[in-house]
Design a protein around this ligand. Structure first.
Ligand code: SF4
Length: 178
């Protein structure tokens, strides 16, 4: 697939660590992942349209992903001083978010329709409109991959890329569906 090779080159150029391809119909969408979001360890549950419950039910998220034929999954790997390096983790999230936005900019002219998943709690607006009125930028947001109900560790196994990349590193996952 010519377009796939082109997109792979783009994400390589944007600095992804690893990537792999899977058909969305082979991905498992699990209610138990939603339960992990509900614990709200990231603090964004119920505060943004791109996070649960605003993103929709697991079934709705699955149907949204199944509108696409190909899922190009990618990772960003970032160094930490030690396993308690919270600042390093936040810095990694920020760098990953920038990379996802760079990918968005680069693939936008090539694809008529796509869904780009990242790992961010959206910060595009000073105050999110959730739940009062619709999202201001539905075409520009990058919902966290977990918000779809995808168990990233399982996904990594399926496509043959690493979920963990060694001591004192943190790995974040994103995906381009097209
Ligand atoms: S783009 Fe704005 S309205 Fe939409 S989810 Fe992000 S912060 Fe909320």
């Amino acid at each position: 697939m010519e377009i796939l090779r082109e997109l792979e080159k783009i994400i390589e150029g944007c600095g992804v660590f690893e990537y792999g391809v899977i058909a969305p119909k082979r991905v498992s969408f699990m209610q138990e992942v939603r339960a992990m979001c509900e614990v709200n360890s990231c603090g964004t549950y119920g505060t943004r349209w791109i996070c649960p419950p605003g993103i929709g039910s697991i079934q709705e998220c699955r149907e949204r992903c199944l509108e696409y034929q190909t899922m190009l999954v990618f990772t960003g790997k970032y160094e930490l001083e030690d396993s308690f390096d919270y600042e390093g983790m936040i810095e990694g999230i920020d760098r990953f978010k920038k990379m996802v936005r760079m990918i968005d900019k680069a693939v936008n002219p090539l694809l008529t329709t796509y869904l780009l998943l990242g790992n961010e709690g959206c910060d595009r607006c000073e105050t999110c409109t959730y739940p009062v009125s619709p999202c201001r930028f539905p075409q520009r947001v990058h919902p966290p991959i977990e918000s779809m109900g995808i168990m990233v560790s399982e996904l990594a196994k399926q496509i043959g890329i690493k979920y963990i990349n060694g001591k004192n590193t943190i790995t974040y996952f994103g995906a381009l569906l097209f």
